[in-house]
Design a protein around this ligand. Structure first.
Ligand code: DON
Length: 579
């Protein structure tokens, strides 16, 4: 007997009631995309292939950390613009039993690094030196960081989480339109013979739909799979990296590789409107700025001002301006620099900073200084610890991982170590090559972030976990250099203050300010002409060419325990996949 169906009119009424119940107040009356929903687990990453790898690991009994390592390795294959073995990053973990970890596998400056290594004879910073080629590379931390995370918090064996990436590299995967275009326009890949051979096929560029196989990278992953993570730092891969460095004017030696260690740090903690926040500590500036800006904004009724309004935008810009002035003067590797972190993330300090915001006028950045004196620099001291894209995962047990890692620039320094398929980072440009001069992100940075052997460059990566009513709720992060921080802040404000769904919060247009240059960056169609006029009337300078910022990948556990996940439409290859 066929199942009984309600009458058509009743069906329509039921459908309307269900739809109304599903919509949050902010979505009512609007056409809005909703997050992906799943009962058990979700992986949201910048590449659908990598998200799928994560889901398979979870289905086979792995936890969120196992999946995070497998996804990270898979991204090195399918999202080579940023996914990597030859870079570094930050993994924030919250286990269902309450343990938390901030795994810092940021690159370090090689032992031969000197504070003036990227200056010319006249003492000027040569940006191409700190961004392109072997000399721009920091000692990679990704493989060691993943190994540490897996050993301490994972369930599966190293070989089990490496295998899917090795298979993707060996068997290949279809090139997307975005990847085909991205590879083709990456000029820095053309400048290195090995990168040109692998990624540009010596001028016979990959077209959409072609299968991209990476046999050298597959062989490297197979060595890692069989011999363990130390292979990268002491085995054949290490020897090949050191040889390529010697042959091409790089600084990293076998000894640098052997001495690299990831560091497990305490997450930074704060609150925003009753929500608890755990975020990444230094050497990221991201967590400090995130908490400081949210603290500055907490006293204002952003919901009443309205999303995208000129008043709310003004407050955000001014809070960012002040926080980035602090970044420039005060922040660097905590193992080398003393930083007033507790003060910077305190409610009292934010109140003082907020009190200097003029509601009617933009404060010119030239008049905004850090809120306190920089401590005496210790950056020449070699520390005791001198050996030194975003994705989010929730598993069936409620373990959460949120990981941002990077090659820094697109395809890093542009160089691939011959015979390994491993692209190398250009993270050295995240240091202040010359305190006070601009880096590739137009960031001015200070003495606290000067180059020194074994030191980690200051970062903006901001993997963050938010707790609602004391329970883990939302895990998110983004790429985008300094815009990472404003991107994560705006996503949180959209969800918490403006009651948007996670997907709407990510889709919504963003703006950015970083103290210097004194301009507001905004996205295409992101500010209405009258909002722009209102901001300009306050004295803000809006950047002439709007461009898109970030690629937020996020997961959320709602009050019923359902898993929600969302990917950023700014990256057409990104996908949140659940089961
Ligand atoms: O650590 C940092 O802040 C930078 N190396 C991140 C670079 C980045 O996000 C590039 N992506 N657009």
């Amino acid at each position: 007997m066929p199942p009984r169906r309600p009458l058509p009119a009743l069906r329509m009424l039921l459908a309307a009631l269900c739809a109304a119940a599903l919509l949050t107040p902010a979505t009512r009356g609007q056409v809005a995309r909703q997050p992906v929903r799943a009962r058990r687990a979700i992986v949201a990453s910048s590449s659908a292939f990598a998200s799928q790898v994560g889901v398979e690991i979870l289905r086979r009994g792995g936890n969120a950390v196992d999946a995070a390592v497998a996804v990270g390795l898979a991204l090195a294959v399918t999202f080579p613009v940023a996914g990597n073995l030859g870079g570094g990053g930050f993994m924030l973990i919250r286990m269902a039993d309450g343990r938390m970890a901030a795994i810092d596998y940021r690159e370090t400056a090689p032992a031969a690094a000197r504070r003036d290594m990227y200056l010319d004879a006249d003492g000027n910073h040569r940006l191409e030196k700190s961004t392109l080629g072997y000399a721009a590379v920091g000692v990679p931390g990704t493989v060691a960081g993943f190994d540490l995370a897996l050993r301490k918090y994972g369930r599966l064996k190293w070989a089990q989480v490496v295998a899917p990436a090795r298979r993707l590299a060996r068997e290949g995967f279809p090139v997307s339109y975005a990847l085909a275009q991205g590879l083709r326009i990456a000029q820095r890949l053309a400048g290195d013979p090995e990168s040109r051979r692998i990624f540009h096929r010596d001028g016979d560029y990959y077209a959409e739909g072609e299968i991209f196989r990476q046999p050298d990278l597959a062989a490297t992953l197979e060595r890692l799979e069989k011999r363990g993570s130390r292979e990268f730092y002491e085995g054949e891969t290490a020897r090949r990296i050191a040889a390529a460095m010697r042959a091409n004017g790089g600084f990293i030696t076998l000894d640098d590789l052997k001495r690299y260690r990831p560091v497990e740090r305490e997450p930074l903690r704060g609150t925003y409107r009753g929500y608890d926040i755990a975020t990444f500590p230094p050497p990221s500036s991201g967590g400090i700025i995130l908490l400081n800006v949210l603290n500055q904004l907490e006293g204002d009724d952003l919901a009443a001002l309205g999303p995208g309004s000129s008043e709310a935008s003004h407050l955000l810009i001014e809070a960012l301006r002040r926080a980035f002035a602090d970044r420039a003067a005060l922040m660097g590797d905590p193992d080398f620099t003393t930083m007033p972190v507790e003060t910077l993330i305190s409610k009292e300090y934010a109140k003082e900073r907020r009190a200097t915001i003029d509601l009617r006028r933009a404060t010119p950045s030239a008049t905004v200084r850090a809120g306190m004196e920089a401590p005496a620099s210790e950056s020449e001291k070699v520390s005791e610890k001198a050996e030194t894209t975003h994705y989010a995962i929730v598993d069936a047990d409620g373990n959460l991982v949120t990981n941002t890692y990077t090659l820094n620039g697109p395809y890093g320094s542009g160089v691939t170590v011959p015979g390994t398929g491993v692209l190398l980072n250009n993270e050295m440009d995240d240091f202040a090559a010359k305190p006070g001069s601009l880096n590739a992100f137009q960031l001015i940075q200070g003495e606290a972030n000067a180059i020194a052997p074994g030191k980690r460059p200051l970062s903006s990566m901001t993997p963050t976990i938010v707790f609602k009513d004391g329970k883990p709720w939302l895990a998110l992060g983004s790429p985008g250099g300094p815009t990472i921080i404003s991107t994560v802040i705006q996503t949180l404000i959209n969800v918490i203050d403006h009651n948007m769904s996670l997907q709407q919060a990510i889709d919504a247009p963003r703006l950015h300010h970083q103290w210097m240059p004194d301009v507001v960056m905004w996205e295409p169609y992101g500010l209405s002409p009258d909002t722009r006029r209102a901001l300009e009337a306050k004295g803000h300078r809006l950047e002439a060419t709007p461009r898109y910022n970030g690629d937020v990948e996020a997961v959320l556990i709602d009050a019923t325990g359902a898993r929600l996940g969302a990917s950023d439409p700014r990256n057409p290859d990104a996908r949140a996949i659940g089961y």
